[in-house]
Write a protein that binds this ligand. Structure first.
Ligand SMILES: Nc1ncnc2c1ncn2[C@@H]1O[C@H](COP(=O)(O)OP(=O)(O)OP(=O)(O)O)[C@@H](O)[C@H]1O
Length: 487
């Protein structure tokens, strides 16, 4: 479904307008998670397609999951990597919170496992390399994902892997450890369980590399190294880790070494850096630059011609859903006009349902990219001007630069100001300092184990990494929604 040029200009969004639900055309439902649903959308002004995940505020509140979503968004706005599912926009309305992300049409690895795809080792090698690049990037930003599993690795149409779902991710300060029992049981590292049993003070990035090892094992054999399910008691899981897994005998030695180094119960001896991975015999002849540029062709290409997802999501949204997304506009308009006739106290009630609304981070990556592009062009223009002046015998570039105003001398809203000085004319460019806003999340995030099979989330009680990360800087496009609560 295309949006032609005139239709796009009709949908032009003003610079000062916040992105919202009306800016997207809903195309079809493609997925469902514990708290939200996912559909394909098209941005009306640009025609660009995205995946839009939307979560009911009421449901999240009821299941004590609101803080996790706010936290996920705060982490996502800081990230941009070829092997992550990147966030483009986040916003909310009275009913839902929306995350608009890269659209990955190749399906998740869990879907392909259930379709009995037998991944060749070459394919697994590339997944490991791509996810390892993403982990290395996250590690540099001090983020532990904590939920690496086939369900959270989405393929694009060519078959490249992208890590998603930062719902239980955490940000740790230097020399700090994470400590909560978070993740999905069969993929959780031994030290996560040991920490929950109070035997160790915490764990670090090494847990993500363990999970990557479990994923590599599963993709290459169709089973996991240890027989662990969501109901397996933690103490039984811990005794399972005392034995070595049964390694498939058909695996070639270099691949076996890779998996053994990842699934090492001792985090000190585990493979946990990109450099260590690159040095392994199974990985050492890879062209890592080409991998990062996605120019290595994946061995497994997701089937084209049909959506790689369960088709029942679409039917469910159309038939069963009591608040279907495609009827949202009408529904909200009706509710809003109804509210106009209600007492202010009813309006207050709405806000009591939405206690964290003021901490929601609205985000617009497009705006940020546009700003960067504008700055790049201004910079180019200035350099060209200086070159031309030098060539024509005008004051040298260094002399000319003396005429530039410093940032502090210019009004903050100024982007480009021609300034007249003694001849020749000099253009002073205001290079806006990268502004940062501080996230306003309070406290730790909550436990929401009840309705989420295989997944446990709980607060990092032994330290408050997240509360420390409250001062994390965010890109220009991010801002904390600041509508004051009516109380
Ligand atoms: N960016 C995306 N592009 C394409 N499909 C997606 C995208 N994000 C999610 N999906 C699909 O939608 C499904 C549901 O996604 P969602 O993140 O809500 O669920 P989940 O990871 O299973 O959530 P949870 O772990 O919270 O239960 C995924 O399994 C995936 O197949």
């Amino acid at each position: 479904m295309g949006v032609n040029q005139s239709a796009r200009s009709k949908h032009h969004i003003k610079d000062d307008e916040e992105v919202n639900f009306d800016h997207f055309q809903i195309l079809r439902a493609i997925g469902k998670g514990s708290f939200g649903k996912v559909c394909i959308v098209q941005k009306k002004d640009t025609g660009q397609m995205y995946a839009m995940k939307y979560m009911s505020k009421a449901v999240c509140l009821e299941r004590d999951a609101l803080r996790n979503v706010l936290r996920e968004i705060e982490i996502l706005v800081q990230l941009d990597h070829p092997f992550l599912v990147n966030l483009w926009f986040s916003f909310h309305d009275e009913e839902d919170m929306f995350l608009v992300q890269d659209l990955l049409l190749g399906g998740d690895l869990r879907y392909h496992l259930t379709q009995n795809v037998q991944f060749p080792l070459e394919a697994v090698r590339l997944y490991v390399a791509e996810i390892a690049l993403a982990l290395d990037y996250l590690q540099a930003k001090r983020i532990i994902h904590r939920d690496i599993k086939p369900d959270n690795i989405l393929l694009d149409e060519e078959g490249h892997a992208h890590l998603t779902d930062f719902n239980v991710a955490t940000l740790v300060e230097d020399n700090q450890l994470a400590s909560s029992l978070s993740g999905t049981k069969p993929y959780m590292a031994p030290e996560v369980y040991a920490c929950s049993a109070d035997e160790i003070p915490g764990y670090d990035f090494a847990i993500d590399w363990w999970s990557l090892g479990v994923v590599a094992f599963e993709l290459s054999s169709g089973r996991r190294p240890y027989e662990i399910h969501s109901q397996t008691p933690n103490k039984d899981i811990r005794s399972l880790f005392l034995k070595f897994p049964e390694w498939p005998s058909i695996w070639p030695e270099p691949f076996l070494i890779l998996v053994k180094r990842l699934i090492n119960p001792n985090p000190q001896n585990r493979l946990k850096t990109l450099d260590d991975l690159k040095a392994l015999p199974f990985m050492c002849d890879l062209d890592w630059e080409a991998i990062l540029e996605k120019s290595v062709v994946p061995e497994f290409t997701p089937p084209k011609g049909h959506l790689n997802c369960d088709p029942t999501f679409e039917l469910e949204e159309m038939i069963v859903e009591s608040k279907p997304l495609h009827k949202k506009k009408k529904r909200l308009a009706k509710q809003r006009s109804l509210r106009e006739f209600q007492s202010p106290s009813a309006e207050q009630q709405e806000f009591t349902l939405d206690p964290l609304a003021e901490e929601f981070t609205t985000f617009n990556r497009q705006k940020e990219l546009d700003r960067q592009e504008r700055e790049r062009k201004e910079q180019e223009w200035e350099e060209e001007l200086l070159r031309a002046m030098e060539a024509s015998g005008s004051p040298s570039a260094s002399q000319t630069r003396e005429f530039r105003l410093s940032d502090s001398e210019l009004p903050s809203e100024l982007t480009t100001t021609p300034v007249k000085v003694e001849k020749p004319y000099v253009k002073a460019t205001y290079n806006a300092p990268s502004t940062s806003k501080t996230a306003g999340l309070n406290g730790s995030f909550s436990k929401d184990t009840k309705n989420r099979p295989h997944t446990q989330h709980s607060p990092d009680t032994k330290k408050s990494a997240w509360s420390k990360s409250r001062s994390a800087t965010m890109p220009e496009g991010a801002k904390v929604w600041s509508k004051s609560r009516k109380s």
